[in-house]
Design a protein around this ligand. Structure first.
Ligand SMILES: C[S@@+](CC[C@H](N)C(=O)[O-])C[C@H]1O[C@@H](n2cnc3c(N)ncnc32)[C@H](O)[C@@H]1O
Length: 226
């Protein structure tokens, strides 16, 4: 804890509880701030103002089908891009400020899309199933048993034979992002015993506000729900 203050005192929020009753994630415990704080003072480092090129490419190849969930959507650039192609998309996040920005962008652009506050560990509470799920930069913020709980939560809302696309920082190359992931960590989290088959893990890039245009090394994983 920084400065001897409780997390809730530092972030000054929502009826005194910036976490709305959920347990702070490992990332929030590490930074001493709720995710929402990342969006309160100008764009967050990952908030590049346009969709990730990897997601644009995937969308142009017809990768998204059926009902789509964007888990940890932030200010919604990926969600909005997918929605602009006429797909039904729900973007969820725990950061209300990010969701407010996302909704404003949707209104400005006239894009039909849905954003909702939801905890990625409790996706079943949405009461909906999805054929395609996107994780752009969320998995790599989780550690230890958070990964197990998140993978189970994703499984609970992904249709049989549905597809999860996961874009995360990788350990493969110089100038990695803050949470580099090894391929083996993806394979350990997503396997038949957790309800998934890893179909492919390809090297890719994640753009950020602090890397040059080439971005940071990433893995782009295609993972099938059994
Ligand atoms: C690194 S950002 C990526 C945002 C966006 N997907 C993108 O590609 O720009 C991770 C996002 O996940 C959200 N997040 C973190 N933990 C979450 C949780 N338990 N449930 C839902 N969203 C979460 C954060 O608020 C943040 O917006």
């Amino acid at each position: 804890m920084q400065g001897g203050m409780k997390l809730s005192e530092r972030s000054g929020t929502l009826a005194g509880d910036p976490f709305r009753g959920r347990r702070p994630t490992s990332h929030e415990r590490l930074t001493g701030l709720p995710w929402d704080a990342s969006y309160q003072d100008g764009p967050a480092p990952w908030d590049i103002g346009h969709p990730q090129p990897a997601i644009v490419r995937l969308a142009s190849e017809g990768g998204f089908a059926g009902a789509v969930l964007d888990a940890g959507c932030g200010t919604g650039e990926n969600t909005l891009h997918i929605a602009s192609l006429g797909l039904s998309v729900l973007g969820v996040d725990v950061a209300e400020t990010a969701l407010a920005i996302a909704r404003e962008k949707a209104a400005e652009r006239g894009t039909e899309v849905e954003f909702a506050a939801a905890d990625a560990f409790q996706l079943k509470r949405l009461g909906r199933m999805f054929q395609t799920v996107l994780d752009s930069g969320l998995f790599h913020t989780f550690e230890g048993d958070e990964r197990t709980r998140y993978v189970a939560s994703l499984a609970s809302v992904t249709e049989h034979d549905g597809t999860l696309y996961l874009l995360c920082f990788s350990d493969d190359g110089p100038d990695t992002g803050p949470h580099p992931i090894r391929q083996e960590e993806l394979r350990a989290a997503f396997n038949p015993s957790s309800g998934w088959n890893v179909a492919a893990i390809e090297p890719d890039r994640i753009q950020t506000r602090y890397h040059d245009d080439g971005g940071a090394p990433a893995w782009f994983a295609t993972i099938k729900r059994i």
